[in-house]
Unconditional design. Structure first.
Length: 233
C-alpha cells in the first residue's frame, strides 16, 4: 500500500492526501516532527522535506508536484478526455496555488497589522487571478472536480479556518472564490485529507498569542523564520 510521510499541518502534504482521497486510492500515513526529523526519513528524502510518498514497490518519491503527476499516472484521472493543452493549463493553474502556500503561511503568522496588510496584499493578487478565471462553478472548471481544485484546496481550507476562528477573511472581496471555497468544503475532502487534530494544531500555530490574527496587536517575536525554514508547513 502507498505510504505518505507527513507533517500534520503541511499544505503540500494536504494537496497529495486530498488527491488520494478524491481518487479513492488506499494509503497509509506516518507523521514526523520537522524539528526532529528521524534518520530514516532523511535517508529517503533528498530535501529533508515532506511530503514523501513511498510507492507499493518501496520507491520514495519527493516534491508534491512530482507526486501528483505520479498519482495521475497510476490511477484514473479526475477528468477524462483532456487534451495535452488542457492538461498543461491545469498544471499551470495548479502551480499558481502551490507556489503560494508559503505566502499564505507567512501571512497567517504575521506579527502585527502592518505586516499582515503587506502580506495579504500579495496573497490577494493570487485570489484575484482566480476570481477572474472562475466561471459559473461550482468548481474551477465547471461541474467536475479537477486537479486544479485539489491544488487550491489547502489555500481555501486554511482561509476558511482563519475566518471562522479569527473573523479575518482573506477572500472577502472575491465572491466567486468564496462560492468555490464553499463547494470545495462541501466535498468533505478538506477534513478527509488532514488528521483529526488538524484544526487544533493549525490554530495553535497560526492563531497563537504571538500572531496578530491570534489577538496580539504587537508581537515582538520573529515568526518569519518558521515559515522560511518550513517548520510551519
Amino acid at each position: 500500500m502507498i505510504k505518505v510521510v507527513s507533517f500534520k499541518i503541511c499544505p503540500f502534504v494536504q494537496r497529495v492526501t486530498a488527491l488520494l482521497e478524491a481518487k479513492e486510492i488506499p494509503y497509509e500515513i506516518e507523521y514526523i516532527s520537522l524539528n526532529d526529523k528521524p534518520q530514516w526519513f532523511l535517508d529517503i528524502s533528498p530535501t529533508g522535506q515532506v511530503p514523501v510518498l513511498i510507492t507499493d514497490s518501496g520507491e520514495a518519491l519527493f516534491e508534491s508536484d512530482a507526486i501528483v503527476e505520479y498519482l495521475n499516472e497510476i490511477a484514473p484521472p479526475l477528468e477524462s478526455g483532456l487534451t495535452p493543452e488542457q492538461r498543461a493549463r491545469d498544471r499551470a493553474w495548479s502551480y499558481q496555488a502551490a507556489k503560494n502556500y508559503l505566502l499564505q503561511c507567512s501571512a497567517q503568522r504575521s506579527k502585527d497589522e502592518q505586516t499582515l496588510a503587506e502580506r495579504n496584499e500579495k496573497l490577494s493578487k493570487v485570489f484575484e487571478r482566480a476570481e477572474k478565471a472562475l466561471g459559473q462553478g461550482p468548481y474551477f472548471k465547471g461541474a467536475t472536480l479537477s486537479n486544479v481544485d485539489i491544488a487550491w484546496l489547502p489555500l481555501l481550507h486554511r482561509a476558511a479556518i482563519i475566518k471562522a476562528r479569527s473573523g479575518y477573511d482573506f477572500i472577502l472581496d472575491y465572491p466567486k472564490v468564496k462560492a468555490w471555497q464553499t463547494a470545495i468544503l462541501n466535498t468533505g475532502l478538506p477534513e478527509k485529507s488532514v488528521p483529526e487534530d488538524f484544526e487544533k494544531l493549525f490554530t495553535d500555530f497560526y492563531l497563537s498569542e504571538n500572531t496578530f490574527l491570534g489577538g496580539n496587536k504587537a508581537s515582538t517575536h520573529n515568526l518569519d523564520n518558521s515559515c522560511a525554514n518550513g517548520s510551519c508547513c
